[in-house]
Design a protein around this ligand. Structure first.
Ligand code: ZN
Length: 172
């Protein structure tokens, strides 16, 4: 089931998401819905707070953008970065911050520990786009958005722009 993606400045995006205590059917449904929602909106990653669920759950599928190794769709519960190395700069966008892009500096490689959809502990070495996606989605779990890295002036301009769009939009 496709879920609705919430956008900045919705306060749910600012909450620190809670760890999942047990990977059960409810979590598996959430993961499946998030994958469907991510594909429907053309994203390469999605975090549960973006569909208004404040849990430490993310999905990632970078295969459409990456030239290197194919990872398939990754369903990730309680992610933790245990190691980082190097630096990479990339212009990022976010489904919860529409019409906004910003150059972000991230770790070039990270080691990710997580539970898969069956609750099995996994470790994954992530580099390049996958490393960026992992860090972007974990930021969501900590209530952080890419717009936080813009200047105060740019943040104000963005909020004014989306406010204006709302007024111009058709209401039913
Ligand atoms: Zn995002």
């Amino acid at each position: 089931m496709i879920r609705k993606i919430i956008t900045h400045p919705n306060p749910i995006l600012r909450k620190v998401a809670k760890p999942v205590l047990e990977v059960d059917d409810e979590i598996r449904t959430l993961l499946a819905d998030m994958v469907e929602t991510m594909y429907a909106d053309g994203g390469v990653g999605l975090a549960a707070p973006q569909v208004a669920v404040s849990l430490r759950v993310i999905v990632i599928d970078i295969d459409s953008e990456a030239s290197e190794k194919k990872y398939g769709v990754l369903k990730i519960v309680n992610p933790e970065i245990t190691d980082r190395e190097g630096q990479i700069e990339w212009e990022e966008g976010c489904l919860s911050v529409p019409d906004f892009r910003i150059k972000m500096k991230r770790s070039a490689r990270v080691t990710l520990r997580y539970l898969d959809e069956n609750g099995i502990r996994k470790t994954l070495d992530c580099k390049e786009l996958l490393s960026i996606a992992v860090q972007h989605e974990i930021d969501h779990l900590d209530g952080k958005l890419i717009i936080d890295c813009a200047s105060g002036l740019k943040q104000d301009m963005y909020l004014k722009k989306i406010e204006k769009k709302k007024k111009e939009g058709i209401s039913f």
